[in-house]
Ligand binder design. Structure first.
Ligand SMILES: C=Cc1c2[nH]c(c1C)Cc1[nH]c(c(CCC(=O)O)c1C)Cc1[nH]c(c(C)c1CCC(=O)O)Cc1[nH]c(c(C)c1C=C)C2
Length: 469
């Protein structure tokens, strides 16, 4: 039926959705000896170190879709939720002007003047209501320039600059507004302002039909007001369990099976893997776009170029475990450092707060992203990255104790960057595939969202598309 390339969470999800719909055997090819992609949890003397993603959001259609999948593979009782009243859900900070500043968490906070902002956040609403409409009908722009025009410079620099770091380790001055705020961007174009658009849309706008996904775990997440959740034993339990599940439902998972070429023929598509040819009716690709670009270059150079134009960044994550509890002055999710502050780190996650670890303090320092090479060169040593991380922890969190255990992870090309023009590029890629009738179905982080929920949902959509043919 179809061969699947890539054994990260997206490829495994594709195998899961496909195996639910068809009875023929499915083959999944993973280039390395591990499944799970960037989701990697390791046990260190009883503590869990996550090198990549560690939590998932339950909200929205994509969030509910992931909960449904988790329930259906029997992981409901392994979910560790963080509810609305938890410190990790309420306290998020940004480091500006030499201080950790709590971001507003309650509605009434928008009327208060909270540093580092020089005015109450309600001033940003007034700014939007009074700022002129952009007269040029832009197809796209950077999220920084859009937010600066509509809500003012401080919101763009501090709030959006750091948020984009926390989501894709990217530069808000390069990332497309459509990455996070497509509806708000359209509101301005249609109504002249974001809030004007929100009000008019709620009164007169047509309501889009939202996919209904129900389930016991979803109901529990709503009842208990989950904000984020992790899994007992670490997030890697998700790809591990998904892999066991699909292996029991007719999917053959091949390890150390890197694809080196894809050849499209009139009635089949052939993937060359370790020198052997594997024919199928279709291919679902969940591998990074730059890797897929190499595989199709010979037959489809134009498609290859479009795929190659999606750039990726490197992120270093440094896990630290201190043999002492309560080293943090303010318990919370952690803090982000906006790029305008120009420090060598992007942020720090307070893992011991998020995961209720008593007696010890666990942190993860995030570094690099869009600024990896600028700050650390092309090939920094693990020791150098660790030294920088420890120095920043000492300066910002005033923790001068030496960590008992550390782990440095350098994640090369881990997050795709949805730069201005990304949506047009993705449209061009899909148009090319359609016009050339290629039996190629795309999922993964490169196209329609970089989060765990996004990539699982992208696999569901890729399978849906394949089954339509
Ligand atoms: C390896 C670093 C990652 C950075 N962003 C992501 C990864 C994997 C992906 C990501 N992180 C967040 C989102 C938003 C939606 C969501 O699914 O929650 C996405 C797509 C939010 C987020 N940011 C940080 C954390 C711990 C989370 C929760 C989700 C997760 O566990 O990844 C902190 C953080 N992430 C990055 C940086 C630089 C950073 C800074 C403190 C980059």
């Amino acid at each position: 039926m179809a061969n699947i390339l890539g054994g990260g969470i997206s490829g495994l999800s594709a195998a899961y959705y496909l195996s639910k719909a068809v009875t023929s055997p499915i083959a999944l090819f993973e280039a390395t000896d591990k499944i799970g992609g960037w989701i990697r949890s390791s046990q260190q003397q009883g503590f869990i170190f996550e090198s990549g993603p560690r939590t998932i959001r339950p909200a929205g259609v994509k969030g509910r879709n992931t909960l449904k999948l988790i329930e259906s593979i029997g992981l409901s009782d392994k979910v560790n939720p963080i509810c609305a009243s938890h410190a990790a859900a309420k306290n998020r900070m940004i480091y500006v002007n030499g201080n950790l500043n709590l971001l507003p968490s309650a509605t009434m906070d928008i009327f208060k003047k909270l540093p580092p902002f020089s005015k109450p956040l309600v001033a940003a609403v007034i700014h939007d209501l009074t700022a002129p409409r952009n007269t040029q009908q832009l197809e796209d722009e950077s999220i920084h320039s859009f937010v600066e025009r509509r809500f003012g410079k401080e919101i763009a620099e501090y709030a959006i600059g750091s948020m984009i770091c926390g989501i894709c380790a990217g530069d808000a001055k390069k990332i497309s507004v459509k990455f996070l705020m497509e509806d708000l961007f359209r509101n301005e174009q249609k109504y002249g302002g974001v809030f004007k658009g929100m009000i008019l849309n709620s009164l007169f706008g047509s309501k889009d039909k939202i996919e209904q996904i129900d389930g016991e775990l979803i109901n529990r997440s709503i009842r208990q007001q989950w904000r984020i959740y992790s899994l007992e034993g670490g997030l890697q339990r998700l790809p591990d369990s998904l892999c066991s599940h699909v292996q029991q439902t007719r999917t053959e998972v091949h390890f150390n099976a890197a694809c080196t070429r894809i050849n499209f023929h009139p009635d089949q598509v052939v993937a060359t893997i370790n020198g052997k040819e594997f024919a199928s009716k279709a291919i679902i690709s969940s591998i990074p776009s730059y890797k897929l670009a190499d595989l199709v270059r010979e037959q489809h150079p134009k498609l290859s170029q479009l795929l190659e134009d999606i750039t990726y960044v490197d992120v270093a994550t440094i896990n630290m475990q201190f043999d002492k509890a309560n080293l943090l002055e303010i318990p919370g999710f952690g803090f982000l450092v906006p790029p305008c502050v120009n420090r060598p780190i992007l942020g720090v996650i307070f893992d011991s707060v998020c995961f209720d670890v008593k007696d010890h303090t666990l942190l993860t320092v995030m570094m690099g992203g869009n600024w990896f090479e600028e700050k650390f060169g092309t090939n920094p040593s693990e020791q150098h990255l660790l030294d920088v991380a420890m120095k920043e922890v000492k300066t910002i969190l005033k923790i001068s104790k030496v960590p008992n255990k550390t782990k440095v992870n350098i994640l090369r090309n881990c997050i795709p960057q949805y730069h201005v023009g990304h949506h047009k590029r993705i449209k061009d890629i899909r148009t090319y595939i359609k016009d050339n009738r290629l039996p190629l179905f795309l999922c993964g982080a490169a196209y329609d969202g970089v989060g765990v929920n996004d990539v699982i949902y992208s696999s569901k959509m890729a399978v849906k598309e394949l089954l339509k043919k």
